[in-house]
Design a protein around this ligand. Structure first.
Ligand SMILES: [Zn+2]
Length: 194
């Protein structure tokens, strides 16, 4: 039971699977906001095969049965993948961890990234540390990126190194990072060699 309850809100956690060009996206949330958003676990550069889609679908649930947070999430993903230019017109789902009174540094990193680095923009690890008024915290910023439970919506794919794209998912999903950045109009990074 304990694993199905949010430690912060004490509300129950639910999960949903959404289709996307990159594969299935698993989202978990309590009524206060998202807990996680992630691509299928076995997705790597070796088996990456993006597909064109016209619609983000929810698997196993009718749209009208979605909770409010999952409804918001669905609409956001729909716009992100199929109507990016209008993404700013739809509400961004809340993140449960952002609603605590005291935010741990890595939560502040996720929050600042989500709120200040928009589609089509990138930021270096160093500049993100500076934006948090902590220019010496580059390694902590890197650690926050590696431990980001809510990918895409907290856009760790927009965090790059000064001289190259930097790693995604520990370097196992470079194709996904290139795809997301190209999707947002940044085409200077190249797909990894097969
Ligand atoms: Zn929660």
């Amino acid at each position: 039971m304990a694993t199905n309850v949010c430690k912060l809100s004490k509300f129950s956690l639910e999960s949903c699977l959404f289709t996307s060009p990159l594969g299935l996206i698993n989202v978990s949330a309590c009524s206060q906001g998202l807990h996680s958003m992630g691509l299928e676990e076995d997705l790597t550069d070796a088996n990456f095969s993006p597909k064109e889609i016209t619609d983000v679908q929810v698997l196993g649930k009718k749209s009208q049965d979605l909770s409010e947070i999952m409804e918001t999430c669905h609409e956001w993903l729909q716009h992100y993948f199929t109507d990016l230019k209008n993404l700013s017109r739809v509400p961004s789902p809340d993140i449960c961890a952002f609603k605590q009174k005291e935010l741990a540094f890595r939560v502040k990193v996720w929050k600042t990234l989500k709120e200040t680095v928009h589609p089509g923009e990138v930021i270096t690890y160093g500049d993100l540390a500076k934006r948090l008024n902590n220019p010496g915290a580059v390694r902590a910023v890197g650690s926050a990126m590696r431990n980001n439970p809510t990918g895409i919506i907290v856009p760790c794919h927009r965090v790059v190194r000064a001289n190259d794209m930097g790693l995604y998912s520990g370097g196992t999903r470079q194709s996904v990072k290139v795809w997301l950045l190209r999707h947002e109009g940044i085409d200077k990074y190249t797909m990894p060699e097969p």
